[in-house]
Design a protein around this ligand. Sequence first.
Ligand code: T4K
Length: 419
Amino acid sequence: MHRDRQTFREWTLVIIMKTKISDLAIFGGRPLFTTTVHVGRPNIGDRQILLDRINRILDDRWFSNNGPCVREFEKRTADLLRVKHCIAMCNGTVALEIAIRALEMKGEVIVPSLTFIATAHALQWQEVTPVFCDIENGSCNIDPESVEKMITPRTTGIIGVHLWGRPCDIASLTRIARRYGLKLLFDAAHAFACTYNGHMIGNFGDAEVLSFHATKFVNTFEGGAVVTNNDDLAKKIRLMKNFGFSGYDNVIYIGTNGKMSEISAAMGLTSLDSLDDFIRVNRGNYERYEQRLKDIPGIELIRYDVGQNPNYQYVIVKVYKEKASLSRDDIVKTMHAENVLVRRYFYPGCHAMEPYRSYFPHAGLLLPNTETVLSQVVSLPTGTSVGIEDIDRICDMIQFIMHNTREIAARLADGQQRN
Ligand code: T4K
């Protein structure tokens, strides 16, 4: 891991102090980094151990269909999360689709709009209508009060999302689901290895869905899983992800191909080996951002609750335009010019993307908190490819931008940016 960070720094570091507005790359200055600094660079773990695993896969000529690496990855994940069943899949979206189908969600299912589009698409793909509810102002997670308001006779379920790895209000959602007889699924794509009131995420609702995409805290290149304590549901999901095969030549259920490959599982096992290192690095990065950004007016870092054992995979700041005198989008544009590819996760919200935008053109009116937060959030680079020195430079730049917002805004309004 140390080598990954070293290589990254050698490639990217050009020390440029910004002292005047014209030093900003957007106005013609030299960019702060010579190559792009990304949000979501994959964590790699120990390269040699990964290559050894891959060599074994090649020697054994067993590449897929519930091979030894997948079985080990499922066992280690289930043990870590202290959950009975982990069914590994080819990605988190297919895991969501299969879980939705296995739970027999139909009609309408309530989801927050502030999530990655896959949460909504997985429903629509199963011809279930996603009904978008609002988020809580403080936590930015699904608001149980808003959920309750959206329930109709057609509602069959709720999907809660642990956005940016911070657990949503599981207790209230569980109460609502029980009261109305609804299925409860959690999209835990961001929350691998996190806890909720001392219990591992993965144990709540009817099932929880994980993503092991390259950008995730633990990755399998592409991958996902459903985790559940329900034996019957686990059995059904296992069949569904393998065409419904129950032994040779015997199909007993409609299914699809949701299997994880051996090479993916090898990467997942290597990620699991380094899990504590990933958390340590992520936490160090987050704390550095926290320390460096705390006194900068107009922005606020969204804090993790240390008691919930976060994985610190996302570092998110909110920009308050009223205080900053510069919009979030102009800040993003200015940082992109410096080769810092911050992201607006998850602008513009699922309700503002197709096909939902056309289906429910006025959905935004019912989502005031979501609309506000969507105009404020910026996701900053972190993970094992980002060094503390990189973070210091990014923070110096943010500080410079935030101290010169009026002049930057005026120049942008004047069309002075470099194209
Ligand atoms: N639910 C939630 C809440 C999710 O966030 C996701 C996935 C899912 C469900 C679905 O799970 P999967 O089916 O994906 O397993 C990225 C990911 O593609 C997506 O998986 C992830 N959420 C989402 C948060 O982020 P984009 O559209 O931002 O991807 P992209 O290509 O712009 O990459 C993001 C950044 O990562 C870039 O700055 C480049 C960097 N990157 C990316 C890849 C793939 C790398 O440095 N190396 C890489 O290999 O969606």
